[in-house]
Design a protein around this ligand. Structure first.
Ligand SMILES: Cc1cc2nc3c(=O)[nH]c(=O)nc-3n(C[C@H](O)[C@H](O)[C@H](O)COP(=O)(O)OP(=O)(O)OC[C@H]3O[C@@H](n4cnc5c(N)ncnc54)[C@H](O)[C@@H]3O)c2cc1C
Length: 349
């Protein structure tokens, strides 16, 4: 038998936000961690997203989603500040607030906010959620990568896991494009690719790619004081004058290409909200593949039969927001520590 290359306590498959936050949390508890990444770290969905740290209309989602996003959003500020301090890279965490424009059901929205202790203010043109924050994904991923390496984690890039070799009740090793790896514990954080990677071990995990396209503009200074949302279209002002416009929800398999139709639609809808965009160049268009799961509920925890296999994936539209809370829940599950709330909806069945 080929000797596995690594004797890390934990092998993590996929270096997106969920893989790297899980790695950071394990490293802070003294584990040895290796992260295997097929491409380059933090370049897939976690790079492509908007970094809004809230569901778009929280009242549209089940409690299993909003509890996790609320916990993630509550942990985010202190965590981002610590990442910045430790690495010198600023994830640009900003409590910029989010303005919702009609049409939306104001009564349902206000009742939900009141019942969930979420601050809101009625404005002339809509409803402001002043505590909604944002982070700048590419910076966040750079800081996170630096932090994992600073804590002694090993990130192996251009190393795709091809096969998971299992016995009756445990995983024995991983076969990859850069050799074989063995560890005490295996954690799947492969985003939209998680179900394909797991193959017959996936069981209840039902994750598929849903493409999202975005446009980027550049102003001299932020053209808006808040994130602006109308139905499923949003405008996100960054500190340096960049403005992101998103996004589409497309079932296009693993195709990450961009389309003229999406560009037209996003331009038309965004210009209706901010007319100056009509005369401005789109400086970039991109697409990312969200790890979509039913009802937007991720799977977090141990495999029902394979004692050393775990997953933290399927966060669909809110994987950045959920990341600190998902890692917390996974680690509590591994160590047997109490959970912050009922985590049974995320169980691997
Ligand atoms: C357009 C768009 C807008 C979004 N906006 C927001 C938002 O505003 N707020 C929010 O919270 N979320 C948002 N999201 C969702 C969020 O980005 C995702 O839920 C999150 O990034 C998922 O992170 P992840 O780590 O699970 O997956 P990913 O970032 O996709 O990482 C998975 C990694 O696994 C690697 N991998 C896959 N297979 C293998 C293999 N066999 N071997 C080794 N490595 C492998 C991949 O290369 C990849 O790097 C948005 C997403 C998109 C696309």
């Amino acid at each position: 038998m080929v000797k596995p290359q690594s004797n890390s306590d934990s092998l993590i498959i996929g270096a997106g936000v969920n893989g790297l936050v899980t790695a950071e949390a394990l490293l802070l508890r003294g584990a040895a961690v290796t992260v295997l990444e097929r491409g380059a770290a933090g370049q897939e969905s976690s790079w492509a997203g908007g970094g809004i740290l809230s569901p778009l209309c929280p009242w549209d989602y089940p409690d299993a989603v909003t509890r996790l996003t609320a916990r993630g959003a509550a942990l985010f500020g202190a965590w981002a500040t610590e990442l910045h301090r430790a690495t010198g890279i600023d994830p640009e965490y900003e409590p910029s607030g989010m303005l919702l424009l009609p049409p939306f059901d104001r009564q349902i929205a206000e009742q939900w906010c009141a019942a969930h202790q979420v601050n809101f203010a009625a404005t002339d043109d809509g409803m402001l959620l002043p505590d909604v924050a944002q982070a700048r994904n590419p910076r966040l991923m750079q800081a996170l990568r630096a932090r994992v390496e600073q804590l002694g984690g090993r990130i192996v890039e251009r190393c795709a896991v091809q096969e998971i070799i299992a016995g009756r009740d445990t995983i024995h090793k991983l076969v990859t494009t850069c050799g074989e790896f063995g560890a005490e514990r295996y954690i799947v954080t492969a985003g939209a690719w998680s179900k394909v990677l797991l193959g017959a071990h996936a069981l209840s995990v039902d994750i598929k790619p849903i493409r999202g396209q975005m446009l980027l503009f550049k102003f001299d200074a932020p053209p808006l004081p808040h994130i602006v949302l109308q139905k499923d279209i949003y405008l996100i002002p960054r500190r340096d004058g960049h403005l992101l416009v998103g996004s589409t929800l497309e079932d296009a398999g693993f195709d990450k290409g961009t389309t003229g139709a999406a560009r037209e639609m996003l331009l038309r809808r965004a210009s209706a909200l901010l007319p100056v965009l009509r005369d401005m160049p789109v400086i970039r268009q991109w697409a990312g593949l969200r790890p979509a799961s039913p009802n937007n509920i991720p799977t977090i925890g141990r495999h029902p039969h394979l004692a050393n296999l775990y997953i933290n994936s399927g966060h669909f539209r809110y994987g950045v927001t959920m990341a600190p809370a998902s890692a917390e829940i996974l680690l509590n599950g591994i160590s047997g520590a109490p959970q912050p709330f009922d985590v049974s909806p995320y169980r691997w069945a």
